[in-house]
Unconditional design. Structure first.
Lengths: 233, 437
C-alpha cells in the first residue's frame, strides 16, 4: 500500500542525531532541552508500566488530550499506547475543542482518558455533561489545574505533573505522582522541588529548581513501585 | 501490480510513483478498486446496505467504468444517518475489528460533530505520513529542524518528522505564543512550520516590532491549510516576510492534497485516492476546467475506506503533467457546496463576501462569518472582525457598501474585534465562514 511504501522509502534516510528539542518553564525562564533516542525508549517503557497499572489493555479505548508542544512528555505515553495495543483517540486541549473530547466519550467505551487540562474540564462542566461523559471512565489522568473541576463533578482523577523535563504520573493509589527513579532524582527544599538527571540523557540536569512547591515521598508505593512520588502544593 | 521500490532523490521522495505514467496509474487504481469493492462489501455494514439497495454486487464491478457507473455515491449525511440509526460509532464503515485499530483521529467538525478516521498503523500509517512526498518537495531533508504544529486532533506529528530524519522543536505554536516562537526561531533556525489563520493575524501584529523577513530567512517553506487564504495575507507572507508558502487542502477526507513548488494547484496522490469530478446534482462527470464536486475513493485505507464520497468541495481538476514533472492530477478549490447563501433568492458566495471584506483596510485580514439559520434567508448578516486601532469611523457603512457592491445585496454588518471573532474558532485547523448564529 502507498503509505507503507512511504515508510519504506523513509527507511533509507539517515536518522536525526536527536529525537527532538523540548522546552519547560521555571518562573519567567524558559529552559530548552535535547531529547535523545535511548531515553525515548526508556521513557516509553516507563510510561507503559504506569498505564498498565491503570488497567490499560489491548481491548480498550484511550483518549489522549494533548497539545503538540507537550510531546517530550506525552510522546512516550502515545508510544506506550501503541505497544500495549490500546486504541487511542486524539483531541486538542483548548476549551472550544472540548466537543471533540465529548464526542469520543459519547461514542466509545473509554477505559482511559489521559491529559485533561483545565480548559477542557471547565468547558465540559459548563455544558453540564462532565460527570455524565466521564463518570464511567475507570482511569482519568489530569493536569493539576483540572483536578478541582473534575473532583467537584465527583470524578477521581490521577495527577499528571510536568516536572521540568520529567513526567510524573499518579497510579490508582493516588498517593503522589510517580517519577521514574531510574531517570530522575527529585528533592524537596524549602524553595520548592529540585530535579537532577540520574541516568545518561541528552540533557543533563544538576539540581535544577523547578519553581514548583511540593514534597517527595520515598519507599514502596502500595501499587508495588519503588519510584519516588511527588505531591504538589 | 505492486508498488515500485523507490528511494528519495533530489526532487522526488518516490520518483517512480510520483512520475508514474498515466496508463500505469490507471492500472494501479483499477487493481486497487477491484480489491477494495469486495473487501468493503464483505466487511462494512454501511456499504453492504447502500450497495444492496442500489442492486449492485462486487462481481458486477470489473473495471473503473463499472465502478463509476454502478457504485452509488455517498454523503456525510448518509454516514451520520447510519450511525444515528444503528448506534455504531463507526457508522458501519469499519472493515476490521475495533480492537485491531491503532488510533482514531477525527475531522475538524466544522459542519457538525467530528467524524472519526480510524487508523490501522500496521497496514497503513496515519495521516501525517501521507505528507512525506509533499514535505520532501518543500525541501525538507534529514537533519532539518521543524517547529511542531499546534493541534493534535489529526494525529501526533513528531514520529512522522522523526521518520524523515527531521528534528521536531516542541514549541507552543498556537496563537498568543509567537513572540516566544520568534525567539525559538532565532535560536534553532528551523526550516519549516505550519501556519494557520489566527497565527498569521498575530504575526501581522508582531511585524510592527520584529523583523519577520530576517526571522523567516532560515525557512525552506511553511504550510497553510484549513481555509482559503486571502489575497492580502498571501501577499504579506510571500512578499513582506519572504516565506514560500505551500497551501494544502483535504483530498475529500481521504488524505491531503498539497501545492508543489510550481504553486499551480493541489496534487492528488492518485495511488492513494481515486478522484472523480462530478456534477453537484448527478453522477455525471464534468469537464476538468469547469467547477464540479470532488468525489473521493480511498485506495489506501483498510480500516474504514471512503468509497465514492461526495466531499462538498467544489473544484476544477486537470490530469495534465505538472511543471514539476509529476503526473498525478491537480485540483483547484472554488469553494464549498453548502456555503452558497440565497438572500431573497439571490445567490451570495463566500468568496465574493471575502473579496469585499478584504478591500476595506481595517478588515483586510478577511475575518468574517456569514450568519444564517438556513441556506435561504431574507437578509444577509455578516459578522466581521477588525483590528481595534486607529480611526474606525464609518467602518460599518464602508463595509456594507463594499459588500453590496460586490454581491448586489445590502448586508447587515456586525463588527467584532479580531480577537473576539477568532474566539469563535471550532478547531485549530478551520475558521468557519458560514455559521448558524
Amino acid at each position: 500500500m502507498s503509505r507503507a511504501s512511504m515508510v519504506a522509502a523513509a527507511a533509507a534516510l539517515p536518522r536525526a542525531p536527536i529525537a527532538g528539542i523540548g522546552r519547560y518553564r521555571v518562573g519567567d525562564q524558559i529552559v530548552d532541552f535535547e531529547i535523545g533516542w535511548e531515553e525515548t525508549s526508556r521513557d516509553t517503557a516507563w510510561a507503559r508500566e504506569q498505564l498498565t497499572r491503570w488497567g490499560a489493555g489491548r481491548s480498550g479505548y484511550a483518549l489522549i488530550t494533548v497539545a503538540m508542544w507537550q510531546g517530550p512528555w506525552v510522546s512516550p505515553v502515545l508510544r506506550a499506547c501503541r505497544e500495549i495495543g490500546i486504541t487511542f483517540g486524539m483531541a486538542d486541549v483548548f476549551g472550544w475543542d472540548s466537543r471533540r473530547t465529548a464526542t469520543f466519550a459519547r461514542r466509545l467505551p473509554l477505559s482511559l482518558v489521559f491529559g485533561l487540562g483545565r480548559e477542557t474540564a471547565e468547558a465540559l462542566a459548563d455544558s453540564g455533561e462532565l460527570a455524565d461523559l466521564l463518570g464511567g471512565v475507570p482511569a482519568i489522568l489530569a493536569h493539576a489545574d483540572a483536578l478541582p473541576v473534575l473532583t467537584a463533578a465527583g470524578l477521581r482523577p490521577g495527577l499528571i505533573a510536568l516536572l521540568g523535563p520529567a513526567l510524573a504520573l499518579e497510579c490508582p493509589q493516588r498517593a503522589g505522582a510517580h517519577v521514574s527513579g531510574a531517570e530522575w532524582l527529585v528533592e524537596e527544599t524549602g524553595d520548592g522541588l529540585i530535579l537532577s538527571t540520574a541516568a545518561e540523557r541528552a540533557h543533563q540536569a544538576r539540581r535544577v529548581p523547578l519553581g514548583i512547591a511540593g514534597s517527595v515521598v520515598s519507599g514502596l508505593c502500595p501499587c508495588g513501585s519503588r519510584d519516588p512520588r511527588v505531591r504538589l502544593g | 501490480m505492486s508498488m515500485p521500490m523507490d528511494v528519495p532523490g533530489d526532487r522526488y521522495f518516490q520518483p517512480a510513483i510520483e512520475t508514474m505514467p498515466r496508463a500505469e496509474l490507471t492500472k494501479l487504481q483499477t487493481e486497487r478498486i477491484l480489491r477494495l469493492v469486495p473487501y468493503a462489501y464483505e466487511r462494512s455494514a454501511f456499504y453492504r446496505e447502500v450497495w444492496d439497495a442500489a442492486g449492485v454486487r462486487p462481481a458486477d464491478i470489473r473495471d473503473l467504468d463499472d465502478f463509476a457507473r454502478q457504485i452509488p455515491t455517498i454523503t456525510r449525511d448518509d454516514i451520520r444517518a447510519f450511525r444515528s440509526r444503528t448506534g455504531d460509532p463507526y457508522a458501519g464503515l469499519l472493515c476490521v475489528e475495533p480492537s485491531e485499530l491503532t488510533s482514531i483521529t477525527s475531522s475538524s467538525g466544522t459542519t457538525g460533530e467530528p467524524e472519526f478516521f480510524p487508523e490501522l498503523w500496521e497496514a497503513q500509517q496515519p495521516l501525517p505520513v501521507a505528507s512525506a512526498r509533499d514535505l520532501w518537495e518543500l525541501g525538507l531533508r534529514p537533519g532539518d529542524r521543524v517547529l511542531v504544529p499546534a493541534g493534535s486532533f489529526r494525529g501526533f506529528f513528531d514520529s512522522f518528522y522523526q521518520m524523515l530524519g527531521l528534528v521536531p522543536v516542541y514549541a507552543d505554536t498556537w496563537m498568543g505564543h509567537w513572540a516566544d516562537v520568534l525567539e525559538v526561531i532565532k535560536a534553532y533556525r528551523p526550516a519549516y512550520v505550519q501556519l494557520m489563520g489566527p497565527i498569521i493575524i498575530e504575526l501581522e501584529r508582531l511585524a510592527a516590532t520584529h523583523d519577520l523577513r530576517e526571522a523567516f530567512s532560515c525557512f525552506k517553506g511553511a504550510s497553510f491549510a484549513g481555509q482559503p487564504l486571502g489575497r492580502h495575507q498571501a501577499r504579506m507572507i510571500r512578499e513582506d516576510w519572504g516565506l514560500e508558502l505551500f497551501v494544502y487542502t483535504s483530498a475529500g477526507d481521504t488524505g491531503c492534497a498539497w501545492e508543489c513548488r510550481e504553486h499551480d494547484g493541489y496534487h492528488l496522490w492518485e495511488d492513494t485516492v481515486l478522484a472523480e469530478h462530478l456534477s453537484t446534482d448527478s453522477n455525471d462527470p464534468v469537464p476538468g476546467d469547469e467547477v464540479g464536486e470532488l468525489v473521493a475513493t480511498n485506495l489506501d485505507d483498510l480500516a474504514a475506506p471512503l468509497i465514492r464520497y461526495r466531499s462538498d468541495d467544489l473544484v476544477r481538476m486537470s490530469g495534465d503533467v505538472c511543471g514539476c514533472g509529476r503526473t498525478h492530477s491537480r485540483m483547484w478549490v472554488a469553494g464549498r457546496k453548502g456555503d452558497e447563501t440565497l438572500v431573497r433568492g439571490r445567490p451570495v458566495l463566500v468568496g465574493d463576501v471575502w473579496a469585499a471584506v478584504e478591500s476595506v483596510p481595517e478588515t483586510a485580514d478577511g475575518l468574517f462569518q456569514i450568519i444564517r439559520p438556513g441556506r435561504e434567508v431574507e437578509e444577509l448578516r455578516v459578522r466581521v472582525g477588525y483590528e481595534p486601532s486607529g480611526d474606525l469611523g464609518g467602518l460599518t457603512e464602508r463595509l456594507a457598501a463594499a459588500i453590496e457592491e460586490r454581491v448586489g445585496v445590502a448586508p447587515v454588518v456586525e463588527l467584532e474585534t479580531a480577537d473576539e471573532i477568532l474566539a469563535r474558532s471550532t478547531s485549530v485547523a478551520k475558521f468557519p465562514r458560514v455559521v448558524k448564529k
